[in-house]
Each structure stands twice: as C-alpha cells, then as structure tokens.
Design a protein around this ligand. Structure first.
Ligand SMILES: *Cc1c(COP(=O)(O)O)cnc(C)c1O
Length: 395
C-alpha cells in the first residue's frame, strides 16, 4: 500500500490507495470474489476477532478493489476513512440510519434531492425520528431550529436544482455548539471543489454515479469521515444491511477518480463561460450559477469552495412550453436526469426529478415551469454554446 500523504491531489488521484499483487499489474486488479479462504481454522477465528489492513472476510464487509477506491477517495477528500456503497442513496440512507435512533431530533435544509427528502421525511419519520426543515440559506432559521438535543444536521452543500450555496462553516459551528453531527451531501460541490472536511463536516456523502464516474456507466456512493465514525458507526450498519459497492463498480470508479480533477475543472470552466453567455439572453429570465457575480451567494461560494461546480440552471420566460421546445431543439445536449457526466445533459426538474413535490413546495424551492437544469459536460464549449443558443432562438 502506498503512502500518499505528501502528494498533491492529482498524484493521489492516480496512485492513492494502490496495491499490487505478485504480478505487479499496472491497472488496479479487479477482485471479483464474494469471499476469501483462510490458510487454517485459527486464522479464520483470528480474522473474525480483529481483521488487519488488507485482511478481508466477505465482500459485503469489504473487498480489495473496493478498499483501493475507499482509500483513494478518502485521501482526495481529506478524510481519515471511507465506506463505499452501492449507490449515492445507499450512502445517504446508510449514514442517516446508522447515526439516528427513535426520539432523535434532526434538522435539514429543505432544498434536497427527491430521494433524500423521502428518506428524511418518510423513512426517518416512520422510525420515530423528528425531522425539521429550514431554508438552508437562512442562518437564523438554522439557529432557531437546532436545539440542545439535536442529534444531526443534514444538508446539500449546493442545492439541486436551484444551486443555492449553504454557509457550511457557519452551519457547522451552530451545529457543533449544540453537540450535533453534520452530514453533508456534497454532490454538486464535487470532491474537487469541496472543502467540507476542512470546514469540519463530520460525515460527507457522495453519489459516485455523478462526477466520480462521470461517464454514465455505473452507480456508486461513498460515506467519508473520521476513522472513529466510519469504523465505529457506519461500517457496522452498512456491512449488516447490505448496501456494499460491487468490486466491478469500484474498479470503474477508480478510473473515474484518476481523471476526476481534469474533467471537473474543464466542465466548470465551460459552465462558467456558458452561464456568462446566457445571462441576459432575451428568452431567459434568470441564470443560476454560483460563478456569476449576480448569484445571491457568489461571494460565499468563492470564499468556501474551490470552484463554482459544473451545473447551472436557467429560467425560461415562456414556462413549460418554452422549456420543452428548447429541450426538443437541442442537438448535442441530451435530455436526461443524471449530472456530472462527460455528456452535457438538460433536465426539466418540474416534470421529472421534482415531479413528486406538491406545487407549493415547488414554488418555495424556485422550481418553476420554465426552469432547466444544465449539467455541462466535456464537449467543446463553443459547440455547446452554439447548440444552446440555437435552441433558445427556436423557442
Ligand atoms: C444523484 C444524487 C443522489 C443519489 O445518488 P444515486 O447514486 O443516484 O443513488 C443523492 N444526492 C444528490 C445531491 C444527488 O445528486
């Protein structure tokens, strides 16, 4: 196992966590095995009492290929440890269920990915956890909602789909004063621009399906934090409930991590150029992107994140009719609901990802009928702009 502690992020992205078998393979070995054989009965007993580094028992608990992924992402995020999961939602639900019990009080920001909202509202509620929602951008609401007995705070550091940026250092300070743990769903910040660990987040979760794979190939997720929390609370819950990452997916996600920084920085630069070019377009009433000076949390985003992200949103003046006409006219940008992919993607949240929400909730979150979420990919920026402008002109 390599010691990557002195390396810069791009070196860690390529070599972090690497182990080589006796064959000295270049690429990470893919250990497609569900279990492991022991040299003798006493070794099996010893491993069940306490397994050392690189001693595995069963792939639901851990696997050599998955371990390389966990170590590499932990090193990139600046966390002591990580547990890889089958999907982003396995990470979110695993983190919340591992840390909460009946009678606990949880405070969460209201602007959440639909499935996160389901876990908080429907699942935790069913098991006797009291969940209170606040406007994540309003520190006074966090201050008022977080109580001495609050167990946990949950938020998306940059919200989906309206790209609100939460003042992470301040929310963490309020939560920690009350003794509450802070769990951050950090998908939109990406491991490249995230400083959540530096700001003191206790648990950071990613859907690796998004930028970490970044090529639309597989599902994955990861829960990151201190060794004490990951091995003491998260691992026991995850290994017995079954949301483990497959070794094949870990192998693909490792190649994703290798190029993550290069891809995300290129995508963010394109997103910045596109946001600037479309702001003020006659067919668009508003462009939402943390990299634009007009964004309500522009200064905050610059202060607490390493970059603006790769996703922007825009509100078309003609509502749903205009939004659908715009999407149908796109030739390069695909209509889908993923994000962080090498292929640019347009999404109409009101009728797809956020369809389930009642109208008043949509209004509260700024999910209008004209809102388009645009995940900027790796195509040529000029080609993308030409595609977007031609589609806007046809509205
Ligand atoms: C996609 C997403 C998830 C869920 O991830 P899956 O890999 O699809 O399970 C959770 N949170 C956010 C913010 C997301 O964008």
């Amino acid at each position: 196992m390599v010691n990557s502690s002195g390396w810069k992020s791009r070196t860690r992205a390529v070599h972090g966590g690497a182990r080589r078998s006796q064959y000295g393979e270049m690429a990470e070995a893919m250990y497609l095995t569900q279990g492991f054989a022991y040299p003798d009965a006493a070794s099996a007993e010893a491993r069940f009492v306490k397994s050392g580094a690189d001693e595995f028992i069963y792939a639901r608990y851990g696997n050599p290929t998955v371990a390389v992924f966990e170590e590499r992402i932990a090193s990139l995020e600046g966390c002591e440890d990580a547990f890889a999961t089958a999907s982003g939602m396995a990470a979110v639900s695993g983190a919340l269920l591992a840390l909460c019990q009946a009678g606990d009080h949880v405070v969460a920001s209201r602007a959440l990915f639909g499935s996160c909202l389901y876990v908080l509202e429907d699942v935790l509620g069913r098991y006797g956890v009291e969940v209170e929602f606040v406007d994540g951008t309003d520190l006074a609401q966090w201050q008022a909602a977080i109580r001495a007995d609050t167990k946990l705070v949950f938020l998306e550091s940059v919200s989906n789909p309206t790209l609100e940026v939460i003042d992470l250092p301040s929310v963490i300070e309020i939560a920690h004063k009350a003794g509450a743990l802070v769990v951050v769903d950090n998908v939109f910040a990406t491991p490249v621009f995230s400083r959540a660990a530096e700001h003191g987040a206790d648990i950071i979760v990613y859907s690796a399906t998004k930028h970490i794979d970044g090529q639309g190939r597989c599902l994955g997720g990861v829960i990151l934090g201190s060794r004490e929390l990951i091995r003491g609370k998260i691992e026991p819950y995850m290994k017995h409930t079954g949301g483990a990452m497959s070794p094949f997916n870990a192998w693909m996600l490792l190649s994703g991590l290798t190029t993550l920084e290069l891809r995300v920085k290129a995508q963010a630069a394109s997103a910045q150029a596109i946001a600037e070019a479309l702001a003020g377009h006659a067919a668009v009433s508003n462009v939402l992107f943390p990299g634009l000076p007009a964004h309500p949390q522009h200064a905050l985003a610059q202060a607490i994140m390493g970059g603006p992200g790769t996703v922007l949103a825009m509100d078309l003046k003609g509502g749903k009719t205009a939004a659908f006409a715009f999407m149908d006219a796109l030739e390069i940008v695909l209509i889908s609901n993923n994000l962080g992919d090498a292929r640019s993607i347009a999404t109409h949240p009101a009728t797809t990802t956020h369809q389930r929400l009642p109208e008043d909730q949509k209004a509260l979150l700024g999910i209008t009928d004209g809102l388009i979420r645009l995940s900027v990919g790796l195509e040529d920026t000029g080609d993308l702009l030409a595609d977007l402008q031609a589609a806007l002109a046809s509205v």
